[in-house]
Ligand binder design. Structure first.
Ligand code: FAD
Length: 496
């Protein structure tokens, strides 16, 4: 059987392994950490369980597809349900909007709370669906580096509808065109952060993102987000995929312009063996570090690697000794001046003193994630990617501002409720997952050419070498990382 080495057990690495095992390859995954999942991992702290990274699960059918191609029943591996409420939005002026997953109810809630007409919200969501349908097959499900992508019916439909796709406007301009109420504009501007971008710069085509939540749905796995990783690892193992943990790969071995193996770190101080018998190598490591660290002798596509990166995150994982009836699984506490916040993030490379705060509380749906009567708060703000800022100083200041803001809006001194704490920042995200500058989603989508500036899923220089994950085409986030695996696995032919 032909063999594949996959570097990294992020969601895309595991999905690629499943797809290639289903094609008949013998697959080995090398993972630097002691457990799988990369950003999609979990940990426990003094009786509280936390999902470390992703908290919002959309497009679950991309996960289900992996079980189906393996001939398995997804329900034997993972259970998840659709959320009735997607998010609770809190504003400084006291407005509280409950984002129901039912578009009709959500639009009614917006009309009631802001006066923005129900009709305008529904037509916005309808246009979001239209734009997704016109662009998804073209930009998300195929390699952009193949001529066939640009010469088929989906492409022709895309060219025909170009004027309706708002690619020449920013997301904020699209939203201001649709809505008069600034709170509604802010709510829909937030979707730019789903790929770590700036709503005042990212193209209006990002209007497709709300479609995924309101027309398709937001979901939660019954055993927490990490169960996505666990269930896929179990499936991969059932298919014979071999996982080698605590094994950091230092080099992709290239001979005669062909990837032929991988070289791991020294093991217990002894020289590392070289695994030179692989027919295909797939890197799930961030693309910048794949070139810089694993392919020192291959000319790097500098223009692509130097594209500005997406934002990162600062997360306070707090065990909270009380429960809050007004909060749900996903909660947002908006800043007063959203534009200033993004100006700080992307132009000043710092954190505003009034950041928008996101709190994820899985114990609302999975009570055993916290002791009885308590809650596990994943309290996150968007921060710039790591360019050597004084993070310790910024974290202290942000922590103070976050506690003040939450205490004011929730009318309780939050600092007194924090029983335990763990902090993650761009430096630790980079160290744990090799993500360049700790960016959450690879390059930012702050210009309209970003889609074309993501690295392809296949090397144009080295044969039998492929790239998957959130830093390459089609982009970051669980659904797109899974699509990167689908595109890459689709390109792997019997090796030359
Ligand atoms: P990664 O998760 O980046 O993992 C890469 C793996 O490769 C790691 O395990 C790493 O150890 C391993 N590795 C790297 N280099 C080597 C090497 N040389 N040798 C061996 N192993 C190596 N997405 C969503 O869809 N919804 C969300 O709500 C969401 N929120 C997020 C919140 C946070 C705080 C973070 C950090 C991310 C969030 N994301 C979210 C983004 C999402 O987590 C990522 O896009 C996705 O998980 C990326 O997966 P990946 O396959 O690229 O691999």
């Amino acid at each position: 059987r032909k063999t594949v080495a996959i570097i990294g057990s992020g969601i895309a690495g595991i999905a690629t392994a499943i797809r290639l095992a289903a094609k008949g390859f013998r697959v080995t995954i090398f993972e630097a950490n002691s457990s799988p999942g990369g950003k999609l991992s979990e940990f426990e702290l003094e009786g509280y369980r936390f999902d470390a990274g992703p908290s919002l699960f959309t497009m679950p059918h991309f996960v289900e597809e992996l079980f189906l191609i393996a001939g398995k029943n997804p329900a034997d591996y993972i259970a998840y349900g659709k959320l009735p409420v997607i998010c609770e939005y809190f504003y400084e002026d006291g407005t509280h909007i409950r984002a129901y997953s039912d578009p009709e109810k959500f639009a009614e809630e917006i009309e009631q709370k802001t006066g923005q007409s129900k009709k305008s919200v529904l037509s916005y969501l309808k246009q979001s669906a239209f734009k997704y349908e016109v662009t998804a097959n073209l930009f998300l499900k195929r390699s952009l580096h193949k001529l066939s992508t640009w010469l088929n019916l989906d492409a022709i439909r895309g060219y025909w509808n170009l004027p309706k796709l708002d690619v020449f406007q920013t997301l904020n301009e699209v939203n201001e065109r649709h809505f008069q109420d600034p709170r509604v504009v802010q709510l829909f501007n937030r979707y730019a952060t789903y790929n770590g971008s700036n709503p005042y710069e990212t193209p209006g085509i990002m209007h497709i993102i709300p479609h995924l939540e309101y027309n398709v749905g937001a979901f939660f796995p019954a055993k927490g987000m990490y169960n996505i990783t666990q269930s896929l690892v179990r499936l991969a193992e059932d298919m014979g995929v071999l996982f080698c943990y605590n094994t950091r790969i230092n080099e992709i071995v290239v001979l005669n312009n062909k990837a032929v193996g991988v070289r791991p770190n020294k093991i217990d101080g002894r020289p590392a063996p070289t695994y030179e018998s692989f027919d295909v190598v797939v890197s799930n490591m961030d693309i910048v570090n794949t070139y810089r660290k694993l392919l020192p002798h291959v000319a790097a596509p500098t223009r692509i690697l130097e594209q500005p990166k997406s934002s990162s995150a600062l997360i306070f994982y707090w065990g909270i000794t009380r429960s809050f009836f007004e909060l749900d699984l996903h909660n947002i506490f908006f800043s007063k001046d959203y534009q200033h916040e993004f100006d700080c993030l992307f132009h000043k490379q710092t954190i505003s003193n009034d950041p928008t705060i996101y709190i994820n509380i899985t114990s609302k749906y999975k009570p055993d994630d916290a002791p009885s009567g308590c809650e596990n708060w994943f309290t996150m703000i968007n921060v710039p990617n790591n360019s050597g800022q004084d993070w310790d100083g910024l974290i202290d200041e942000a922590r103070r501002n976050i506690i003040l803001k939450l205490s004011r809006i929730l009318k309780t001194d939050i600092s007194k409720l924090i029983a335990c704490e763990y902090i993650q920042d761009p430096r630790t995200i980079e160290a744990r997952t090799s993500s360049s500058q700790g960016a959450l989603y690879g390059i930012s989508s702050n210009n309209r050419y970003a889609a074309f500036l993501r690295h392809d899923n296949k090397s144009s220089k080295v044969k039998n070498l492929y790239f998957v994950g959130g830093s390459v085409h089609p982009g970051g986030g669980i659904p797109l990382s899974l699509l990167s695996a689908k595109i890459a696995a689709g390109m792997v032919k019997e090796p030359i």
